[in-house]
Design a protein around this ligand. Structure first.
Ligand SMILES: O=C(CO)[C@@H](O)[C@H](O)COP(=O)(O)O
Ligand SMILES: [Fe+2]
Length: 226
């Protein structure tokens, strides 16, 4: 069942010279999750941060650290991010040879396991891992950068995954989050929610305007549901 909407600011759009203060500011402004984009310059054409930065940020917020790994091969880094303080660890199926094994590894470390689908990755990649995921992330842009435009075709994918989640969780009490990541703003947030998303990543739309604007920006993303 679709859960109450949570907002996950992506710190990719934060001021990297003041990351601790930025995390505290979005926490105070009402963020539910802190979305941390990890890029390796190989799986995606950009380089960002590693476990040492996650560990350094951990004391700055008690909110859920939602760590999106865009690195390949991914398995060797999972334990490091778990130890650094990640709460949810999300991987791409293309980032390793054995998705099921990677999800089991994440859960064995006591963390929630997520799978991220690139815009061209079909929903069928989920066919045999629905029992092993706590979150499914739909990339509504190609991974690697903030500030890109939402790819419309992903609305159908969000709807299709919402149906699958509801089918496997009905009557079980299980929860699988459906997160949308990329190009989300106050106009598209209700579109993503109507399609079935319950976690919205927002980098540009959260951090635009500087710290004084964060609370309003997050409120606008929640829309009339709050
Ligand atoms: O994972 C990624 C990009 O690869 C995202 O988390 C973006 O960082 C979101 O940024 P906006 O599109 O909201 O600016
Ligand atoms: Fe992300």
């Amino acid at each position: 069942m679709q859960q109450p909407v949570r907002i996950a600011p992506s710190i990719l759009s934060a001021d990297f010279a003041n990351l601790g203060a930025e995390v505290r500011a979005v926490d105070a402004a009402g963020a539910d999750y802190i979305h941390i984009d990890v890029m390796d310059g190989h799986f995606v054409p950009n380089l960002t941060i590693g476990p040492m930065v996650v560990q350094a940020l951990r004391p700055h917020s008690a909110k859920v650290f939602d760590v999106h790994l865009m690195i390949s091969p991914v398995d060797a880094f999972v334990a490091g991010f778990a130890k650094a303080g990640a709460d949810i660890i999300t991987v791409h199926p293309e980032a390793g040879p054995h998705l099921h094994r990677t999800l089991q590894l994440i859960r064995s470390l006591g963390k929630k396991a997520g799978v991220a689908l690139n815009p061209a990755t079909p929903v069928s990649v989920l066919d045999y891992v629905m029992d092993d995921v706590d979150m499914i992330l739909v990339m509504s842009v190609n991974p690697g950068f903030g500030g890109q435009s939402f790819i419309n075709s992903q609305k159908d994918k969000i709807r299709a995954i919402r149906q699958r989640i509801d089918a496997v969780t009905a009557g079980t009490g299980r929860v699988i989050d459906l997160e949308v990541d990329g190009g989300i703003n106050a106009e598209l947030a209700p579109v993503a929610i109507a399609a079935g998303a319950d976690v919205l990543v927002a980098g540009t739309a959260t951090f635009q305007g500087g710290p004084e604007a964060y609370a309003d920006n997050i409120r606008r993303l929640r829309g009339p549901l709050v």
